[in-house]
Design a protein around this ligand. Structure first.
Ligand code: SF4
Ligand code: SF4
Length: 62
């Protein structure tokens, strides 16, 4: 199963990953909001989130 990891020390809650993920892996949760991978099993390993996160906060691996 794919692993999707968000470094909450880096995440600013900008929501870009929520917008770019084609399969809805991420949700913003909490206050202040942070990205949480709620459906990592859906990940296609496309790396759109990795390349577009402005904080380089996301890692994906098989
Ligand atoms: S794109 Fe990066 S900084 Fe923005 S919410 Fe997602 S993980 Fe956080
Ligand atoms: S690698 Fe692609 S499918 Fe996987 S969480 Fe990131 S944007 Fe979504």
């Amino acid at each position: 199963m794919p692993e999707v990891i968000v470094d909450h020390e880096k995440c600013t809650g900008c929501g870009t990953c929520v917008e770019v993920c084609p399969v809805g892996v991420f949700e913003l949760q909490g206050d202040p909001p942070k990205s949480v991978p709620v459906k990592p099993e859906e990940c296609l390993l496309c790396e759109a989130c990795v390349s577009q996160c402005p904080e380089e906060a996301i890692t994906v691996k098989e």
